[in-house]
Write a protein that binds this ligand. Structure first.
Ligand code: AMP
Length: 304
């Protein structure tokens, strides 16, 4: 079952306390698509400028990522630059140049409109809704968002939520959205606004999943060295949505649990190197091995 993914495709400049790299492939859709491609074929929707490397299109092709829905238009690709503090968690955006992204209207190729699984990776909620408007009858819709949209386009986001099956956001965004201190209350409040499932990411502390009657908490893989946290959330969303799409059915809660762990595994690999470099060389076998370690860490027996 293929997964339609729409989001940003960017050239990023990333600075950490030890390294700085410019013009790296980035963007929410780039991370999500590569993460998802380990589980299911992807139909990618986005926009790039004429400065965007042709080699990336070749790479996508080699990974069963269909880029027919990626528009190449005159002008420069969206550029984003960020700098991490010493904790490799706090991040400051240094610059955003929308470039070709400014007038982006995602138009779906005919063959995309019947996709049954959709991941609306992080872009403006009005654009996420515009994609859904063009689809025939998606069976399962996953959406990601960010603080910017909660702060600037809240009405658009609220209008999207009832059309979403699973909303993924991070802890500070969940608190900001609901004005609740407790993440448990926040998760439940967001569910009441529309999505049947809500996943709240807590960075190095794992993630929480809420459904109507069930709850799951998953830890994070204990990584010692993080080189570039950029795109961890997008990779998590891509891994999770890709795994769910690959099951080809209405997901059960067990599917969600496994999807959360696969998403966390993918994100843990992603942060081991800058940009998408680690995901480019990653093998399915490595994912499975880390998945098993993760599972064994999450199980325990009470003795006595
Ligand atoms: P994350 O680390 O998960 O927040 O994702 C970082 C990626 O999001 C970078 O590769 C950026 O190119 C991309 N990005 C940054 N700002 C935006 C935005 N306003 N809309 C869409 N994508 C963005």
């Amino acid at each position: 079952m293929s997964l339609l993914i729409v989001g940003s495709i960017a050239l990023d400049t990333v600075k950490t306390p030890v390294e700085e790299h410019a013009d790296l492939l980035g963007g929410s859709a780039s991370y999500a698509a590569l993460g998802a491609s380990f589980f299911s074929p992807v139909k990618l929707v986005g926009v790039v400028g004429d400065d965007f490397p042709a080699s990336e299109f070749e790479f996508w092709k080699s990974r069963e990522i269909d880029a027919e829905g990626v528009q190449r238009v005159p002008g420069k690709t969206f550029r984003w630059s960020g700098e991490y503090a010493w904790d490799m968690n706090t991040r400051e955006t240094r610059s955003v140049d929308l470039n070709v992204f400014e007038h982006f209207r995602p138009d779906l190729p005919a063959s995309y409109k019947t996709s049954e699984f959709v991941l609306l990776a992080n872009i403006a909620p009005a654009l996420q809704s515009h994609v859904l408007d063009q689809m025939e009858r998606p069976r399962f819709v996953v959406a990601d968002t960010m603080d910017l949209w909660i702060e600037t386009t809240r009405d658009d986001l609220d209008a999207l939520l009832p059309r979403v099956d699973l909303l993924i956001l991070n802890d500070s965004e969940a608190r900001e959205m609901t004005k609740e201190t407790s993440l448990i209350k926040a998760g439940r409040r967001i569910r009441e606004a529309g999505p049947r499932y809500v996943a709240i990411k807590k960075g190095e502390h794992g993630a929480l999943l809420f459904s109507e009657n069930e709850f799951f908490s998953c830890g994070a893989y204990p990584l010692e060295d993080i080189h570039d946290p950029t795109g961890a959330g997008d990779t998590f969303a891509g891994g999770m949505a890709g795994y769910l799409a690959a099951q080809g059915r209405a997901p059960t809660f067990t599917d969600f649990r496994r999807a959360m762990i696969y998403g966390s595994v993918l994100a843990s690999f992603n942060v081991e190197a800058f940009s998408l470099e680690r995901l480019r060389t990653l093998q399915k076998q490595e994912i499975e091995e880390r998945y098993q370690v993760f599972r064994s860490m999450s199980q325990f027996e009470v003795v006595g």
